[in-house]
Ligand binder design. Structure first.
Ligand code: F0G
Length: 412
């Protein structure tokens, strides 16, 4: 039977039980499907002919009535072959899976459509999350659509303006705490344990990751037989890399793909507990007390899904890398200027990581590589404007424009 299962001791919980960590050993849960039932359902399903979207894969998602889901048309994001950027970096087949194209501008929408649909099935009236910005923007939107009240905790001054604007306009109760994301997460965990009517929708909730695993399904469907050798993912709280790996392994178990990619996680240098653990060959992380990076979305020191992420990296024979803020900002500009794709700094870390690994020879230039870009550039316009040269200010006449462009004056 499909159930929620503890990743460490294997204790099982019913799909309708509200439980965020194992009552036996305290570790986090994942949803394990009954593959015999799934195979039977798939054989009767027309899923392969449906258009690309999260709900194309409804048979793979643990929601009872797929006709009553809370959806804003999430998923079905572009997978772009980046010839110009690939040339500049020295790699032939680079693809970008641009998750900024989701309805609220990040991959979180894939998780929230499933998570908020589950909230309705459970009959809860209030949902909550801690966030560096995107999770709260997404949850606020889906809660609004579902008619649920929503309370979000964010680090005061630590969230990019576009994301804050989203959470506010969708009508969430926004609480800015004088503390960082890690503290905010501890607080919402406690809140939802002590007040059982409040349903927690951070990525510790395994329903979120069920939605996000569709990134992997879509990559398989979009690339057909030519699967990537390496998939590069920005890592913060470490849910997404775990979810994407889960997606690939499920397609593999079902015989839909025969090979698995390497999963590579990229963290910002000032917030890199997972990358540091991987580099040191450790199977545990040392949390970072005061995480710092320009990529505010991944400014996280104690990632809740660290064990799942280390498992994904190890089982896929992948690795992890750190990048500096300067490398992130340079990569953001390169992706925008070579490919016309504008992503927020956290997203650009996957490109920065690829560049570094190509330079170090840890990725082969003949491989097919997919970089996942996780959030839209307009989420954080301040950082983008600051990273560019100031716009030229001119008098409102031809002469000053011609001077700026170095053109010869027409009358001369
Ligand atoms: N990229 C972006 C744009 C994000 O917003 C996040 C996480 C990540 C990458 C990292 O994903 O946490 O699954 O490893 N943002 C969360 C938030 C923490 O609150 O919006 P992860």
């Amino acid at each position: 039977m499909t159930s929620q299962v503890c990743i460490t001791c294997g204790r099982k919980y019913d799909l309708d039980e509200v439980v965020y960590s194992c009552r036996n050993c305290g570790d986090i849960l994942e949803i394990i499907h009954d593959f015999d039932v799934l195979k039977k359902n798939l054989s009767k399903s027309n899923w392969q002919s449906l258009p690309l979207s999260v709900w194309k894969y409804k048979d793979f998602l643990p929601i009872r009535n797929p006709l009553r889901v809370v959806s804003l048309a999430e998923g079905g994001t572009g997978l772009y072959l980046c010839r110009r950027l690939g040339n500049a970096l020295g790699i032939k087949r680079l693809y970008v899976k641009n998750e900024g194209e989701n309805p609220t501008g990040s991959f979180k929408d894939r998780g929230m459509t499933v998570g908020v649909s589950k909230a309705l099935e459970l009959g809860v009236k209030m949902v909550t999350c801690a966030s560096t910005g995107n999770t709260s923007a997404s949850l606020a939107a889906y809660a609004a659509k579902a008619g649920l009240s929503c309370v979000i905790l964010i680090p005061s001054g630590g969230v990019a303006y576009g994301k804050l604007a989203q959470a506010m306009i969708y009508g969430a109760k926004v609480v800015q705490i004088r503390g960082n994301f890690d503290r905010a997460l501890e607080m919402v965990l406690q809140l939802s344990e002590e007040h059982r009517e409040i349903y927690l929708l951070n990525s510790i909730n395994p329903y979120r990751l069920e939605g996000q695993k569709t990134i992997a399904y879509e990559i398989c469907d979009q690339l057909g037989r030519e699967l990537p050798g390496t998939v590069i993912v920005p890592v913060g709280n470490a849910g997404n890399i775990s979810a994407i790996w889960k997606g690939f392994t499920e397609f593999n178990t079902l015989g839909l793909i025969s090979e698995l990619p390497r999963m590579v996680g990229i963290q910002a240098e000032g917030a890199a507990p997972i990358a540091e653990a991987v580099k040191a060959g450790k199977d545990f992380i040392t949390p970072v007390e005061m995480p710092e990076t320009v990529a505010s979305a991944i400014r996280i020191g104690a990632p809740v899904s660290w064990k799942k992420a280390l498992r994904a990296i190890k089982n896929s024979k992948g690795t992890a890398e750190t990048v500096t803020d300067l490398e992130i900002l340079a990569a953001q500009k390169m992706l925008a200027r070579y490919e016309g794709i504008f992503v927020e700094p956290a997203s650009a870390s996957s490109i920065a990581g690829l560049k570094k690994m190509l330079e170090h020879g840890t990725i082969d230039k003949d491989e097919i590589v997919v970089c996942v870009t996780t959030g839209h550039g307009l989420k954080d316009p301040d950082t983008a404007v600051k990273a560019c040269e100031k716009a030229y200010e001119a008098e409102a006449n031809m002469e000053s424009i011609e001077k700026f462009l170095g053109l010869v004056c027409a009358q001369a």
